[in-house]
Each structure stands twice: as structure tokens, then as C-alpha cells.
Design a protein around this ligand. Structure first.
Ligand SMILES: Nc1ncnc2c1ncn2[C@@H]1O[C@H](COP(=O)(O)OP(=O)(O)OP(=O)(O)O)[C@@H](O)[C@H]1O
Length: 304
């Protein structure tokens, strides 16, 4: 559905996207994941034809975007910062947005009712945009992006800063749309959301580092992870132990990347003088999550 070949874009000296090639298959949810400033927005804006690349091509449904008339791409875009008219109601915002595409008022109203009921927003259709919560604003932005009934939906960090409950609800809607046949390309800084995508593309400093299914990426993680619960210990304590490649920590929980987990466990237990039973409780091997994979990739400059 989407094919990107060698896309490149610089702002002055700053190369934001460097030679990115990527494909999004029909019916797929592809997650574009990367830290702030990685180039996600720039890449998505080029895919949507809103920004002209310095080099490379974008093909939508096999057609070169350069040859497609703007507004006829069969693509919906939900930008990172969606401009709502605060002094218009939900429905008035949708009507305004739909009219930009030249859709007849009747069509907009019918489609809006349908999407607003899907997103549980129908009862708020007469509410002023100024009085919407963060989650509701995102749903309104989504409704606007869907008003042309696109086959492809591109979303730029749609749940950024939204509360966890609303994020979950938003993803339910995305899954519903996908089940109905929509192809989704979505950027996110959240690792739990990366897990929800069929495939993930990791972008770092403008370069595409790796793409794969979440399970594949986790399986490619080359270390064992040990989680250690220990109060009053400095990270350097672990760094001195041979075979521990990296240490990260949250409060009194340490996460260690180890080559040989059993040897490390024995060494830590010995140094802390932990009896075996206590060591078993305090030092556990845990499966890597997407966050572990991406932290590892980012530390290596995104290279596998
Ligand atoms: N209009 C611009 N002028 C100059 N530099 C820009 C411009 N837009 C983006 N950049 C720079 O290009 C790089 C990529 O930015 P981009 O917004 O695409 O990244 P991102 O992954 O979407 O990050 P974020 O989530 O923080 O928006 C960043 O270093 C950013 O500072």
C-alpha cells in the first residue's frame, strides 16, 4: 500500500531523514518507533505529500505520489498537533474539515455520525472543542482524518500525552479500523504501543535501523536479562562484575544484560552474601521487552 524508496530530507545542515526505504503491506499496522527528533514526523509528512523530499520516492497503492493530485491520495493523516477551532463544536469542526475536501454536507454529517458513534463521541457532538479532554480531542482529530474514508491512515504520535485509559480505547478503535481493512502507519514513542503493531520500524537519527515483528525483534536480543531487587546498592556494583554488558535501573530494581545469567547470578549472590533461597527471589531472569531491544539498539547508534 505504501512504498518508500530512499527518502531523504534535510533542514539546512540537519539531515532529518536519511535514505529511508520501507514498505507497508495492505491490511498491516506498521509502527514507526524512535526517540524524539528521530525523524518520524518528517518521514510521515513526506509519505502524506505534505513535505517535498530532497531525494527518493513515495508510492501509494503503486502510484508515485508525485503523479497523484493532492487530496486524491486515498490517505487520511492525523498530525501530531491537530488544530481544532476551539470556538466551534465537535460537529462544526468536522463539517469545516470535510468541506476542505469538497465533500457534500450530507455526506459529512452521515459519516461523522458513524465515526462518532464508533468512538463513543456522539453524545458530545454539540460540545465546544474548547471543552474537550485530551482523549476526546484525539478522537475528534481521528474522526477528521477518517472523513474521506481513506484506505490508508497515517497517524503521528496520536496518543502522545493522553491518559492510559484513553490510549487503550484509542487502540481499540485502531484495531477495529484495521479489521475493517484499513492499512495503518503510526508513529509512537511508547514501547507498549510498539508491541501492538504487526510490524515495527525503528528509526534513529533519521536512519531506519531495523524492521520486524515485535516477537522477531525481541527474539533477536542477544543477551539474557536479569532483574535484581536490591536496596542501597549503586549501579557500579554490577558494572564491576565480569559478563554484565549493561546496567539500567528504576528505583531499587536493576536490569542487567548478561551473557551467562547463571554465572552472573552466582557472582552477585556471593558478593551480596545472599543465601540461595533469597538469591532466587531477588535475582530473576526476565524476557526482554521492546524497550530493552530499543535501548540496546539506540545505544549502538541504531545498528544491528
Ligand atoms: N522545520 C524544521 N527546521 C529545522 N529542523 C527541523 C525542522 N523540523 C524538524 N527538524 C529537526 O529534524 C529532526 C527530525 O525531526 P522530526 O520532528 O521529524 O522528528 P520526530 O521523530 O518526529 O521527533 P518528535 O517526536 O520530537 O517530533 C530533529 O532534529 C528536528 O529538530
Amino acid at each position: 500500500m505504501i512504498r518508500v524508496e530512499g527518502l531523504t530530507k534535510a533542514y539546512g545542515d540537519k539531515v532529518a531523514v536519511a535514505d529511508v526505504s520501507l514498505e507497508v503491506q495492505k491490511g498491516e499496522i506498521l509502527g514507526l518507533v524512535g526517540p524524539d527528533g528521530a525523524g518520524k514526523t518528517t518521514l510521515l509528512r513526506m509519505v502524506c505529500g505534505l513535505l517535498t523530499p530532497d531525494g527518493g520516492e513515495v508510492f501509494l497503492k503503486g502510484k508515485n505520489l508525485r503523479e497523484v493530485e493532492r487530496g486524491r491520495e486515498d490517505l487520511g493523516y492525523m498530525p501530531q498537533r491537530f488544530s481544532l477551532y476551539e470556538d466551534l463544536t465537535v460537529m462544526e469542526n468536522i463539517l469545516f474539515f470535510g468541506s476542505l475536501y469538497g465533500l457534500p454536507r450530507r455526506t459529512i454529517l452521515a459519516r461523522a455520525e458513524e465515526i462518532l458513534s464508533l468512538t463513543a463521541m456522539l453524545e458530545f457532538k454539540a460540545r465546544l472543542a474548547a471543552h474537550l479532554s485530551g482523549g476526546m480531542r484525539q478522537k475528534l482529530a481521528l474522526t477528521c482524518a477518517l472523513i474521506t474514508r481513506p484506505a490508508i491512515l497515517v497517524l503521528d504520535e496520536p496518543t502522545y500525552g493522553v491518559d492510559p485509559e484513553s490510549r487503550k480505547e484509542f487502540w481499540k478503535i485502531l484495531y477495529y479500523l484495521n479489521k475493517e481493512g484499513m492499512t495503518l502507519l503510526i508513529s509512537t514513542p511508547y514501547m507498549d504501543e510498539a508491541e501492538l503493531c504487526h510490524r515495527v520500524a525503528f528509526i534513529n537519527e533519521g536512519r531506519l535501523a531495523v524492521t520486524g515483528m515485535p516477537q522477531e525483534l525481541k527474539a533477536s536480543f542477544p543477551y539474557h536479562l536479569l532483574e535484581v531487587r536490591a536496596a542501597g546498592i549503586e549501579p557500579d556494583f554490577f558494572r564491576e562484575i565480569a559478563g554484565i554488558e549493561d546496567v539500567s535501573y528504576y528505583g531499587d530494581r536493576f536490569r542487567l544484560m548478561a551473557q551467562d545469567p547463571d554465572a552472573c547470578r552466582r557472582e552477585i549472590a556471593a558478593r551480596l552474601s545472599l543465601p540461595e533461597q533469597e538469591a532466587e527471589l531477588a535475582i530473576r531472569e526476565v524476557p526482554p521487552g521492546m524497550e530493552d531491544v530499543f535501548v540496546w539498539l539506540a545505544e549502538r547508534g541504531g545498528k544491528v
